[in-house]
Write a protein that binds this ligand. Sequence first.
Ligand SMILES: Nc1ncnc2c1ncn2[C@@H]1O[C@H](COP(=O)(O)OP(=O)(O)OP(=O)(O)O)[C@@H](O)[C@H]1O
Ligand SMILES: [Mg+2]
Length: 253
Amino acid sequence: MKEQVFVKTANVDNATKAIMKLLARPINEMVGLGMIYGDPGLGKSRFAKQMCYRKGYLYIRLEASETAKSFSQKLWRGLKYQLNLTSEPTNEMGNAPGGSTNSLVNLCIRILMDAPHSVIMIDEFDNALPNRELRETIRDIVDQTFATVILIGMSGVRDKLERTNPHFFDRSNFFCEFNSLSVEDVTEICKKVCEFELSPKLIETAHKASAGQFRKLIKTLMLFEDKIRNKRAVTLTAKDMKEIENAGDKGSK
Ligand SMILES: Nc1ncnc2c1ncn2[C@@H]1O[C@H](COP(=O)(O)OP(=O)(O)OP(=O)(O)O)[C@@H](O)[C@H]1O
Ligand SMILES: [Mg+2]
């Protein structure tokens, strides 16, 4: 299996277009908020990290225990590094200056006002839903700066946000759902990541066994490769299917 390969699936293509459209908005008229959501293991985090790496966007992953304070410290650190703000004050450890959450959020807002083209991708946004202060902090950043903020979450996050936070929901200028991988996607992935050329029939088997989910597909292809390498029949046993199923449970969380 070839590592570090990034495949341009239909999801990647749609999400890239949605972000480009948001970036081309009239920034004085429209807030820069978008949301990417979908079932586990479809490649949302990988897409976000790849975009951030390639385009110089800021990637922030919300932990389950994230607070408004810890988020604003992460944001401050990320902005300082990304924008190379050597003159920004730090504490004696080189971290965000002390003070209240509010003063740190305002510091981030001031930095972002000077960098209106900043793009921040916030992964695992579901973790912000139970925390009002954290949610409102993210909303303040969206409302009070020209930065573009892309929220990334699980499939239910869009509906939950609409139900519980309509003010936040209404601000979003795009919603992009990551769908299950198509046979065409799987064909392209096999071409890019497999060390062996797979027949259309095997590709179809891999598509079915993985239920169009990236994490399960990688596991399926690893099993195929192992069998090919060891000159065994490339069929999926009940034990293999169980292994593939379990691969889907192992999130990047
Ligand atoms: N476009 C891609 N090219 C190559 N590999 C990918 C791509 N997208 C995802 N993968 C691989 O598939 C696996 C699952 O992807 P990822 O963790 O991004 O899914 P996710 O949608 O964020 O899942 P979750 O909802 O559980 O957080 C990872 O091992 C990742 O490296
Ligand atoms: Mg993820």
